[in-house]
Design a protein around this ligand. Structure first.
Ligand code: ADP
Ligand code: ZN
Length: 621
């Protein structure tokens, strides 16, 4: 169905936003501030929208484009995904097309003619095109309903997604002062927000900052022991047939992990910048189109992936910032159904990242910034309070304990770790008296536990006053102490070997003026932490409420959807989302009238698929 041509019957513009929402998208009500944002644009004003992934940003510019005269121009850096976005719109009867470098001249000309003739509601354009004068002249020949600047944080020079072409987008304001503009991003920090506003000349815009909470995502952070095995057991026990994303820091680790999962019988594919572009595109397409594919990726994967049924996002290495972590985990559960964000991290992650920061190019201010990012991430990992409260506080939003994260579900026990902390700190002080010696955490723990290793003997460390004073804690517990002191900023690692050194705050602890609370370290890090496990078909949908019979119907609907999507060459979710299929399975409709009103079934989809859905329901009963 990869047709670029607009529908035969030119769709009329809609009188109201509510009518477009209902007729085109099949939804009953707006979410959050969608209605206000849409009104602002329909009235000709500008908007800056900060909304988490899955919050429903697309409707904020799609609906005004269906109401206002002319074509909505959507600037998006995600060329690879434009086809899917256009297919999804075409599937609901919206006249949409895109212009980017992947097209041949004939296709491009056709799209241009359609635009000038007023036959498009939405036109997706790559940012580099918009910076060229010829594109602007071409746009001036048609009527522009609005400009939507998606992934607007790409204009921020300090962010990791900076795209120089985005800077030129400020010219849109000069050239088309009367056309409303909307900038959208899922990046929530104040600094990014300000930069978007000033660089895109959006000083007069209305600002909409949504709650960044994603209540359907369960946040869990576990201690790292054997990360691949832990990951495998997490997937096999909780997400055996689900689509998911696994993030790792290096290409090597991506490949090894993908191979490991494949060898264990899972449908896992690698994705990183070092792979051949064709392989990468193929793996991404399989992830989007097939059910239950796991992609193992570096952070190069995921921006703008709007697959709604990703059921888990796993990190097997510590992310570099809370911001990045939240964006990556936000790719789970866009459809609002229960999903998991699972992270495993250990002492080695801290050592490795400190080293990377020390060695990173750039000035001191830049390294300080990286360091602050890492500290915030560590504080999240080691918190004894609700993960979500901690996450949202990072974005300046306050909330109550969520009941859907590991610390809420199984509160970690805290214990007074002042004495072990003092033992560790004073050992570090003693080792520091030996010039030019580099001792990492492992050696420190050996000294505290009184282990006679060749290194200990060679340096005479069995003569130290702290030798063997920590035999009451296990290796594992000591490593936990080191990690938590790092996270609390009492010690830092330095240099290539991760040598430990004290911070100023440590003096207070050594002097007995400050106590240290530590989190209890479970001896078996991979504890099953989920309260209730669902099984079978209903679990897969994340739909706990389906009866066994409804679960079977849901499976039948899913199978039909796969076949339908394959035939059309589009991702399954473009046919229907899981949430819609769950609603159909629950309602067991017997007529087209029963289908009308189910969320996600608008006029066009009722027309295309109504009879087919009824046939699947009838067959399954
Ligand atoms: P974002 O771009 O903010 O990540 P999307 O625009 O992709 O989010 O929306 C996420 C999902 O929520 C999509 O499946 C979309 O169809 C759905 N959605 C958005 N707005 C509504 C609404 N008002 N009612 C029901 N579903 C909605
Ligand atoms: Zn919580």
């Amino acid at each position: 169905m990869h047709s670029q041509a607009p529908r035969q019957q030119a769709s009329a513009k809609f009188a109201t936003a509510a009518e477009a929402l209902h007729t085109v998208f099949g939804y009953d009500s707006f979410r959050g501030e969608q209605a206000q944002i849409i009104d602002q644009l329909i009235g000709g004003g500008d908007a800056v929208v900060l909304m988490p992934t899955g919050g429903g940003k697309s409707l904020c510019y799609q609906i005004p484009s269906l109401v206002r005269e002319g074509t909505g121009i959507v600037v998006s850096p995600l060329i690879a995904l434009m086809q899917d976005q256009v297919d999804a719109l075409t599937a609901v009867g919206v006249r949409a097309a895109f212009l980017n470098s992947s097209q041949d001249a004939a296709t491009r000309n056709q799209v241009e003619r359609d635009y000038v003739a007023g036959a498009l509601d939405l036109l997706y354009v790559a940012p580099e095109r918009l910076s060229s004068e010829s594109t602007k002249q071409f746009l001036a020949r048609g009527t522009i309903a609005l400009f939507a600047i998606d992934e607007a944080h790409c204009v921020s020079q300090w962010g990791h997604d900076f795209r120089p072409d985005y800077l030129a987008l400020s010219e849109l304001a000069d050239r088309w002062p009367d056309v409303p503009r909307i900038a959208l991003t899922a990046t929530a920090t104040d600094a990014t927000h300000k930069e978007i506003t000033s660089r895109l000349q959006l000083e007069k815009a209305k600002h909409f900052v949504a709650s960044f909470d994603r209540p359907n995502i369960q946040y869990r952070i576990v201690n790292k022991a054997e990360p691949r095995k832990q990951l495998l057991s997490f997937i096999k026990t909780e997400h055996p047939d689900d689509a998911g994303i696994v993030y790792a820091l290096s290409r090597k680790s991506v490949e090894a992990t993908a191979e490991f999962l494949q060898a264990s019988g899972l449908n896992a594919l690698p994705y990183h910048a070092g792979l051949d572009a064709n392989v990468r595109a193929r793996n991404q397409a399989r992830f989007l189109r097939e059910d239950g594919v796991i992609i193992v990726a570096t952070i190069a994967f995921g921006m703008g992936i709007d697959k709604p049924d990703v059921r888990f996002v796993a990190h097997i290495d510590l992310p570099k910032s809370v911001e990045g972590y939240y964006q990556e985990t936000g790719r789970a559960g866009r459809d609002g159904l229960p999903s998991a964000a699972w992270l495993t991290y250990g002492l080695q992650d801290v050592v490795q990242q400190r080293r990377m920061i020390d060695e990173s190019p750039g000035d001191l201010a830049h390294r300080r910034k990286l360091s602050a990012h890492l500290d915030a991430m560590l504080a999240l990992c080691e918190t004894v309070d609700c993960r979500r409260v901690n996450l949202l506080r990072y974005f300046g939003q306050s909330s109550a304990p969520c009941g859907n994260c590991d610390t809420c579900l199984t509160p970690p026990e805290a214990w007074d770790g002042t004495v072990p902390a003092q033992k560790l700190l004073s050992t570090i002080v003693r080792l520091h008296r030996e010039r030019n010696q580099r001792f990492g955490a492992g050696h420190l723990v050996d000294i505290l536990r009184g282990k006679t290793t060749p290194r200990v003997t060679q340096h005479g460390h069995d003569q130290l006053a702290t030798w063997s004073i920590g035999a009451d804690l296990s290796d594992h517990q000591w490593r936990g102490v080191v990690r938590q002191l790092l996270a609390q900023g009492l010690i830092v690692t330095q240099g290539e070997y991760g040598t430990l050194a004290l911070t100023d705050a440590a003096a207070e602890v050594l002097a007995g003026r400050r106590s240290v609370d530590l989190r209890h370290e479970p001896e078996r890090p991979e504890r099953a932490e989920r309260p209730a496990r669902r099984t079978g078909a209903a679990k897969k949908a994340g739909a706990a409420d389906l009866s066994p019979a409804q679960g079977e119907l849901f499976e039948a609907l899913r199978a039909w959807r796969s076949a339908e999507a394959r035939e059309q060459g589009v991702p399954a979710y473009i046919v229907f989302g899981d949430a819609t299929l769950v609603a159909v399975a629950a309602a067991k409709p017997a007529s087209l009238a029963d289908l009308d009103g189910i969320s996600g079934i608008g006029a066009k989809k009722l027309d295309s698929y109504g009879e087919k859905l009824l046939a699947v329901v009838a067959d399954a009963s």
